[in-house]
Design a protein around this ligand. Structure first.
Ligand code: NAD
Length: 472
């Protein structure tokens, strides 16, 4: 991105917001039919450009298999469109609410009104789906959208921008490009809501910037998501699921299992199974045509640094499969043993194909370990005992949980997706996403016949009687 374009985009931010807000006020909330039609246009636009997106993603990453993009980015978006189109009319209906006996026959209801203009800031790791998914929920809720995708995936952004320009007028959906400076200027705009997906550090800045205008934020952040292998887990299934969740997109997934907690007695068997499955998934190791590259040299160097730091402090790094001489962007999968908390690998989100293996003796000890760290975005539990599952669910906090698999909660459209604590606030997906991008306006309609006069001056004995009744 050149400085010239950034300055130009910065200059255009406020006018674009002004245009969208004027159009929103002029045209009012879109009908259910309009929203469904807009969602369908997006679905068709995406399907028509599927190969172009797959190629752009691969270019941005220095290699990513078309299958991975199709399965991890395009299918979730298409499924979400279908889900939203099925549900949006029902969600838009006003909800009748109760009024207390002494207010009858008046009535109360909640109407879900679009907020107006929603800002969306998205990250590089799934640059298509993490830009489009919040957009889908914003459209379903009847909003207009300004989107700022990551500057680190310019080829994908070009296709995204061209697609959205073809489908929507700029006053309905506009794309702004640029890096952190534009991101900061963008987050200072007086949006009606801001959805940010990215790192916890930048999320903190975004919230500060949005606070200037009291703009409510949804923060979809990161963190260290544990995979807890329960005492009665099927080790092979658990290792296979963790390998799949860890190695998809070469670990560059916000909800990837970051590290694993495994009973001491099962550690060797777990590592052997993990190793075997990783090679089943990617027989050619890092050179495998289904194995993604690390986005850029800076991220590659950061991951190498984490491994070196761990080794220096006494960890054992086991590489799985061979490297890829032809593509220096690829980093082989690895397992890290003898891990301790003073290693950087246990202090920051890994975001790569590296799996630290921690061991524990009792489930309580494992739960206490998770609770000593900040709340993770996702938690994975493997095991079949109801008692243990209940314990883990009630005694740990995390954005979401998948039991006996990894990643899969993300593609359940009917449950909210979001973080808690340092992993974020608010959620989208499900009806929760619709509600968080709508204003739930409570409306009370007074009846011509009502008892309100009894509590207004001049007070008399009847007032005393009514007060006694209400204070009973
Ligand atoms: P990032 O925080 O570096 O950048 C995200 C976006 O913020 C980019 O568009 C960037 O240009 C913009 N930005 C940068 N500085 C800004 C500022 N000062 N003000 C406003 N915007 C600014 O994140 P990333 O490296 O692109 O993505 C990786 C991180 O995102 C990881 O921590 C990962 O866990 C997290 N993530 C979370 C989710 C989720 O759904 N919770 C999904 C994917 C990624």
């Amino acid at each position: 991105m050149t400085a010239h374009v950034q300055v130009k985009d910065d200059f255009l931010l406020a006018p674009l917001l002004g245009k969208q807000r004027a159009a929103f006020l002029r045209e009012g909330p879109p009908s259910a039919a309009q929203r469904r039609a807009d969602l369908l246009k997006l679905k068709r636009g995406l399907l028509a450009r599927r190969p172009v997106f797959e190629a752009a993603l691969s270019k941005d990453f220095g290699y990513r298999s078309a299958y991975e993009t199709r399965i991890m980015e395009i299918i979730p978006v298409i499924q979400a469109v279908n889900y939203l189109r099925r549900n949006v009319s029902k969600w838009m209906r006003p909800e009748r609410r109760r009024v207390a006996l002494h207010f009858l026959p008046a009535s109360a209801r909640v109407i879900y009104q679009p907020l107006g203009v929603v800002g969306i800031v998205s990250p590089w790791n799934y640059p298509l789906s993490l830009a489009i998914m919040p957009l889908l929920w914003a459209i379903a809720a009847g909003n207009r959208v300004m989107l700022k995708p990551s500057e680190l995936t310019p080829a994908t952004t070009d296709v995204l921008k061209a697609m959205l320009r073809d489908i929507f007028p700029e006053e309905q959906v506009g794309v702004v490009t640029g890096g952190p400076e534009i991101g900061a200027a963008f987050s200072r705009l007086p949006f009606d809501h801001l959805v940010f997906t990215g790192s916890t550090n930048v999320g903190r800045m975004v919230m500060k910037e949005a606070a200037e205008n009291l703009v409510p934020v949804t923060l979809e952040l990161g963190g260290k998501s544990p995979a807890l292998i329960g005492p009665d887990a099927d080790l092979e299934t658990a290792a296979a699921s963790v390998a799949y969740g860890k190695l998809a997109n070469a670990g560059q997934t916000c909800i990837a299992p970051d590290y694993v907690l495994v009973p001491e007695k099962d550690a060797a068997a777990f590592v052997a199974s993990y190793d075997a499955t990783a090679l089943e998934l990617y027989p050619d190791g890092a050179a495998d045509r289904n194995y993604s590259a690390i986005l850029d040299t800076a991220h590659h160097a950061r991951l190498r640094g984490l491994l070196e730091d761990a080794e220096k402090k006494g960890a054992r790094v086991l590489e799985i499969g061979s490297g890829d001489r032809a593509n220096p962007h690829k980093l082989p999968a690895s397992v890290v043993l003898n891990v301790t908390d003073d290693m950087a690998i246990m202090q920051q989100e890994i975001f790569g194909p590296v799996l630290p293996v921690m061991t524990y003796r009792t489930l309580d000890e494992a739960i206490a370990y998770i609770n000593r760290k900040s709340h993770p975005l996702a938690l994975y539990y493997f095991g079949n005992s109801d008692k243990d599952r209940r314990k883990v669910l009630t005694r740990t906090h995390s954005g979401n949980v998948t039991i006996n698999d990894t990643l899969m909660h993300y593609v359940q459209n009917d449950i909210p997706f979001g973080g808690v604590g340092m992993a974020g606030m608010g959620a989208y997906h499900g009806i929760e996403g619709f509600k968080s991008l709508s204003h739930a306006k409570g409306v009370f309609t007074q009846s011509r016949w009502n008892l309100g006069g009894l509590l207004r001056p001049p007070f008399n004995r009847t007032t005393d009687w009514v007060i006694r009744y209400l204070l009973r």
